[in-house]
Design a protein. Structure first.
Length: 194
């Protein structure tokens, strides 16, 4: 069964679920626990969202909208100015303390998706391709070759994800900032527009 169209009640429930998962995470979160946590029931959630996975996937996507620095990061990256400055600003956006609840949620969802890959196909495909595609477009617009833009974008997204993981692990921000700036300079020196 798929989810029903947006209604005020569906939006209300979704908002409550978003608050719940940002506050408590999604590890071992059953549909019953979600329902109890928001004062609803399994039947209502299944009616509006179709499955626990669909509900949590939509909640994760919509949670992203509550973090404007993250949501607008790629628009700023694609904007005007020196590429190195725009790339450095990306890490400031990604590592901002107010984004940590979303980063925790993202990595929890990723861990769950790796455990149950068949149920989380859409999330896995987005996780692997979305940021890579957006970043590649930026490098292409800067005059990088097809191959160079793909390699540079892959390198950059891998760097972001790795540093985000370290940030959540408690590595000092100053150390990560220095590491990122050094890696960006090396990346731009290694790859250049064709």
């Amino acid at each position: 069964m798929g989810s029903v169209a947006a209604t005020p009640e569906r939006e209300r429930l979704l908002g409550l679920v978003i608050d719940l998962v940002l506050r408590e995470g999604v590890i071992d979160l059953s549909l019953s626990a979600v329902a109890r946590g928001i004062g609803s029931n399994n039947r209502m959630l299944l009616y509006y969202f179709g499955s626990k996975e669909a509900l949590l996937d939509e909640a994760g996507l919509r949670a992203f909208d509550q973090f404007p620095r993250l949501r607008e990061m790629f628009a700023r990256l694609a904007g005007a100015g020196d590429l190195d400055e725009r790339l450095l600003a990306c890490w400031a956006d990604l590592s901002a303390a107010d984004n940590l609840p979303y980063l925790r949620l993202y990595f929890q969802r990723f861990g769950i998706a790796m455990r149950d890959t068949e149920q989380w196909v859409a999330f896995i495909e987005r996780a692997g391709a979305q940021w890579l595609g957006w970043t590649r477009e930026v490098f292409l617009s800067e005059g990088y070759s097809e191959e160079g833009s793909l390699v540079a974008a892959t390198h950059l997204v891998a760097l972001w994800r790795g540093l985000q993981f370290l940030l959540l692990s408690g590595i000092p921000a100053e150390q990560l900032n220095l590491t990122y700036a050094t890696a960006v300079r090396a990346l731009l020196a290694e790859f250049s527009p064709s």
